[in-house]
Design a protein around this ligand. Sequence first.
Ligand code: SF4
Length: 334
Amino acid sequence: MRWAGQRIDAEMAGALPGLQSIAGLVRSVTTPEFRGVTFHEVLARSALNSVPGGGLPFGWTVNPYRGCSHACRYCFARPTHTYLELDQGLDFDRQIVVKTNVAEVLRRELARPSWAREQVALGTNTDPYQRAEGRYQLMPGIIAALAGSGTPFSILTKGTLLRRDLEQLSAVDVPVGIAVSLALGDDELRRRLEPGVPSVRGRLELIRAVRAAGLPCGVMVAPILPWLTDSADQLDQLLGELAAAGATGVTPLVLHLRPGVREWFMAWLAADHPELVARYESLYAHGAYAAPSFRKAFEQKVRPLLTKHGFARPAYHRAVVREKQAPPAQEALF
Ligand code: SF4
């Protein structure tokens, strides 16, 4: 890591008061390469997080970072930053917690006799291939730890930095699933709504690279934005591009807005599309999910397009977690 030569016992003057109370904080770092971003390096006590409920295809997650410089306005992980006494708006984008020892801690946890090698998911909270990963390089150690212990795992990302680790991923001897998130086919909209996310073209190239490495690549087409990205023409074009790139499955999901995230997203909408504010308020009047009638109409619209582009086999929610030796035909996750 580029900063390995720096002392790790020197906390930067000006570190946020709230963070200084967090167990494990070693130091806070800024660098000209990441203007406006502060990295708070911590020594984590644990790496594996249990997922309660059992309704998902994975029982555990690993999150090397908290906060995400991809800065998506709709990010559902934003409220988790308030646990750090940081805000869920700009602090989430610019105050990034880095678990510098995550691979080492993970290795220890995976070596326990009680570890049952259940599925582990990366990228379900914050993005493990956000820009900071280029500096901290935590993912190769995490991948090695999981693969070395015989633990199947999946990675979901918007970060083209994943390409760096494709050789390692294609060589592991455990089931591995890769999924790329790509829902906005319009780069101008992406710049306004996901300002830190790599370009559409860059992520289409990433999908191609994942497939060329012999790995499956699902795509989360999420969030679909009502009246902004949900027309039949827009969906048709995006699904066509994903099919051409070799995506092995897609999951289209309409935007949901939890409390906390809703305010941050709606402030953006009011600034960029004030004409839609009243419609969104009505659509999300009863909770985090769009009104059932809207979701049903969307499903009816997208289903024939999924069929057209070869993504129409029955829903299979584990499709992003698949044996790399047997990439499937294109398959829908809808
Ligand atoms: S890339 Fe994912 S984790 Fe990062 S801000 Fe966007 S939605 Fe949130």
